[in-house]
Design a protein around this ligand. Structure first.
Ligand SMILES: NC(=O)c1ccc[n+]([C@@H]2O[C@H](COP(=O)([O-])OP(=O)(O)OC[C@H]3O[C@@H](n4cnc5c(N)ncnc54)[C@H](OP(=O)(O)O)[C@@H]3O)[C@@H](O)[C@H]2O)c1
Length: 305
């Protein structure tokens, strides 16, 4: 079953369901997963420099018998490459790891920069660097001109940052990839993005390993009614909002189930939208008060635009 697509503001088609690859880096298992996923009909693979597994994904992509133009490959630059002069090299490194000539989509992984020597996720306030987002974005725009990326976008950008960026962009971000699931619907952010032609991709659409969305009573009950899994209910609710999803699984049955959308009734969709519980898996601030602005999108001043 080949997944349906949505049309990005570039005119390109992006499959509405993609394969997440974070923490799927057990040697050998990831390559097998990518090949299985593609055989099942996945055409969108979500990668990132930070996941440390792009070389294995690249090797698997070389071994599948699907033409490059039928695949949609996303990756993300890490925060230590935000200086504009480092952005082209960051893309070249990603292309080298994935063994590709071009990416379909390149994202800025988080809206703040780290010093170039900081390649890991563990960092303190001393490792932060003041690189204005628009400086990085202009370097991303130049990558589109180079032909090495077909579309550019952002990730973990709140609505205040998006609104401040938009008037300064030559190329409007094609995608904002953010955490979306029934316990973190981010309705206002989604509205701002969609009203401005920015497609939203939901990461951790099943709540990841930390958030208990799949144990939610209501979601389980709706799943029973449809004879499907809670995961399918959660994914179908996100898709119904025009948001694309990138669930991660290394299990063949679950990979297959995650591709099978369920037609939920309007009443069921409304009930899920009405869930009040709020939990999220990824906290981009890492408890640093210097990064409060990254999540509190009611703060008028975003220092780094
Ligand atoms: N941009 C960002 O900052 C960012 C942050 C986080 C994630 N992401 C991207 O989003 C992707 C998805 O997020 P995620 O991996 O954190 O979380 P997720 O996809 O919400 O959940 C993955 C977990 O759910 C399990 N699972 C998958 N399908 C299932 C099913 N049908 N039934 C029951 N359990 C199921 C998986 O286990 P099994 O593998 O055993 O099935 C895994 O433990 C990542 O892989 C990554 O590509 C991006």
């Amino acid at each position: 079953m080949i997944t349906k697509t949505i049309t990005l503001n570039t005119g390109a088609c992006m499959p509405e369901i993609g394969l997440g690859t974070w923490r799927a880096n057990e040697e050998g298992l990831l390559a097998k997963t990518v090949k299985t996923a593609i055989a099942l009909g996945y055409r969108h693979i979500d990668c990132a420099k930070f996941y440390g597994n792009q070389r294995e994904i690249g090797k698997a992509l070389k071994e599948v018998n699907v033409p490059r133009e039928q695949l949609f490959i996303t990756s993300k630059i890490w925060q230590n490459k935000h200086r504009p002069e480092l952005v082209p090299g960051a893309l070249d490194e990603i292309l080298d790891e994935l063994q590709l000539e071009y990416l379909d989509l390149l994202l800025i992984h988080f809206p703040y920069a780290l010093k170039p020597e900081k390649a890991t996720k563990e960092f303190t306030a001393d490792d932060l660097e003041n690189v204005p987002i628009m400086d990085t974005w202009k370097a991303m725009e130049a990558l589109v001109d180079s032909g090495k990326v077909r579309a550019i976008g952002v990730s973990n950008f709140n609505k205040t940052i998006i609104k401040k960026m938009l008037p300064q962009c030559r190329i409007v971000p094609a995608v904002n990839q953010v955490e979306i699931h029934p316990y973190n619907p981010s309705s206002e952010l989604v509205k701002v993005c969609q009203e401005n032609g920015i497609a939203v991709t939901g990461y951790c659409p099943l709540g990841g390993t930390k958030v208990s969305v799949m144990d939610d009573k209501l979601i389980k009950k709706i799943a029973e009614t449809h004879g499907c899994t809670p995961a399918q209910v959660a994914l179908s609710w996100i898709l119904s909002r025009g948001i694309t999803v990138i669930p991660k699984s290394t299990n063949e049955l679950r990979l297959k189930q995650n591709l099978e959308k369920v037609m939920l009734t309007t009443e069921e969709l409304d009930l899920i939208s009405g869930i009040k519980k709020r939990e999220h898996k990824v906290d981009p601030r890492l408890d640093l008060k210097e990064l409060e602005w990254v999540i509190h999108d009611d703060i008028a001043e975003c220092p780094l635009i």
